[in-house]
Ligand binder design. Structure first.
Ligand code: SF4
Ligand code: SF4
Ligand code: SF4
Length: 282
């Protein structure tokens, strides 16, 4: 009897720091089992040897920041039966989306000696703003247990079991005292997506929202609670505008933000498809 071919896994990088791809390599105890079940066909961070598509499962890290990215993600989508975005860059535009709030041409002038050599879009946007996405895995970086759940669910042909509740639920499950109530320490746990196991509050620190917004984030109440800890409007704006700054409702939670009007001259305008911004588990 001929053996069935293993499903092919591809891991793609766009604008990112590689930290989420590294999470897969960090699955030291489980990596051999994953490799036993999947053909790791394209994963440049692990090996320069690649196998041509199509691929059964693509993990996509990073955000769309150049005209080349816009074209390449379409090709990745065409080659992928299932496409899962991993991390804050891929699901929300990442820290590099802070450019979306300003004038990119001015930033280029300030930061680079020869900005004429650069070709960039004025925005950093999530993968789901450009192609249909089958699942979004949040975090900066992602959580390895959640990544293994996504891969295992794909192999089993079922949906990943990943809750969309807030960090507060995980915090209470751990029996942590609330740093906001006990110490008046600002904490974004009530509006932040679960996944890290309430890591920061477990060490008596406030959550700063690296997993992005929870499904039903009540930012007006969160802002009122932050104000009660003595934070100024500018401090509140800064605390929301980090890794997931461009995700709703963090984008317009502290201050309403208009979409950027100006783009850099050279690259074409990002085309937003009809399903823009409607990832399946946003
Ligand atoms: S989400 Fe964070 S860890 Fe992952 S690629 Fe982006 S910056 Fe790196
Ligand atoms: S410490 Fe933060 S995450 Fe934990 S219960 Fe309080 S507000 Fe929620
Ligand atoms: S507690 Fe908040 S900031 Fe800390 S790891 Fe979890 S989601 Fe990120």
């Amino acid at each position: 009897m001929t053996e069935r071919p293993k499903p092919k896994l591809a891991v793609w990088k766009f604008a990112s720091c590689d930290g989420c791809q590294l999470t897969l390599l960090d699955c030291e105890d489980e990596l051999l089992a994953v490799a036993d079940q999947l053909d790791i066909a394209y994963f440049l961070e692990a090996s320069s040897a690649t196998v041509a598509g199509p691929y059964d499962l693509s993990l996509v890290e990073g955000s769309i920041t150049t005209e080349e990215d816009v074209a390449r993600i379409q090709e990745v989508r065409r080659q992928s039966k299932a496409l899962v975005t991993i991390g804050a860059c891929a699901t929300a535009g990442g820290i590099q989306a802070l450019r979306n709030f300003g004038d990119v041409e001015e930033l280029l002038r300030i930061v680079y000696a020869t900005p004429a050599f650069l070709s960039t879009l004025a925005t950093s946007t999530a993968i789901a703003d450009h192609v249909p996405v089958d699942f979004e895995l949040r975090g900066c970086p992602i959580d390895r247990r959640q990544l293994l759940e996504v891969i295992g669910a794909h192999l089993a042909g079922r949906s990943p079991v990943i809750g969309s509740h807030s960090v507060c639920i995980e915090c209470k499950q751990k029996g942590n005292p609330c740093v906001m109530v006990a110490d008046g320490t600002p904490c974004l746990g009530p509006v932040t997506h679960a996944g890290c196991g309430a890591l920061c509050p477990t060490f008596s620190r406030g959550c700063y929202g690296c997993f992005g917004p929870a499904e039903t984030a009540n930012t007006p109440s969160m802002i009122a609670a932050l104000e009660a800890t003595g934070m100024s409007a500018a401090e509140i704006e800064r605390v929301f505008h980090t890794f997931n700054a461009w995700s709703e409702p963090f984008r317009s939670g502290p201050v309403p933000v208009a979409p950027p009007a100006r783009r850099t001259g050279r690259p074409a305008t990002v085309t937003q498809p009809a399903d823009a911004g409607k990832g399946p588990n946003r």
